[in-house]
Ligand binder design. Sequence first.
Ligand code: ADE
Length: 222
Amino acid sequence: MKIDILTIFPNMFDGFLSESIIKRAIDKGFVEINVHDIRSYSTDKHKRVDDYGFGGGQGMVLMPQPIFDAVDDIRTDESKVILMTPQGEPYKQAKAYDLSKEKHLILICGHYEGFDERIRTLADMEISIGDYVLTGGELASMVITDSVVRLIDGVITSDSHIKDSFNDNLLDYPVYTKPVNFRGMEVPAVLLSGHHKNIEEFRKNESLKRTKERRPDLLEKR
Ligand code: ADE
């Protein structure tokens, strides 16, 4: 898979791309991730990427020219162009699965007070990562990238994500490691029993109990 990210703050991605599972996925060739500076596509002599909004009352608005030119340059028949915006479709694990099957994603990060409305016509979809407003789409594009890359076959063992929270609309069951007794808190005995069927049943029940307590809305979707 290939992911191209369009941003006016490319340095924000340095740490994200050089650590942990994302770095390993890139190094092993599971994904190619390119970060493009929108400014480098500006035809303005001062490389401007934003201007005042018509009608007043608004701050700076991202101009269409650099973003249209960048997408024209990068897009192929296999690309899905996604605009990061709080007005987009709320992002869910099911969408992460869908996107992990795509060959090429282009993620456009909006910024400042907004982006020129005509930029919307470039996008195959608009995604919001939650009902709050970020200073820009950069963090949102990292959330999408992270959640999609870990689902690409081979990036992590599929066992790890089959049991993820939200698969089946259930939250994860609790997990423990050593020591068996930590500050008086014991690991549930069933997990030490070696009895696989009982362990499986315990985990299923814990998942259901936890989802009922914390996210009853998910159980209604099951
Ligand atoms: N840009 C600003 N806020 C956002 C959000 N919640 N989701 C996606 N992009 C955004």
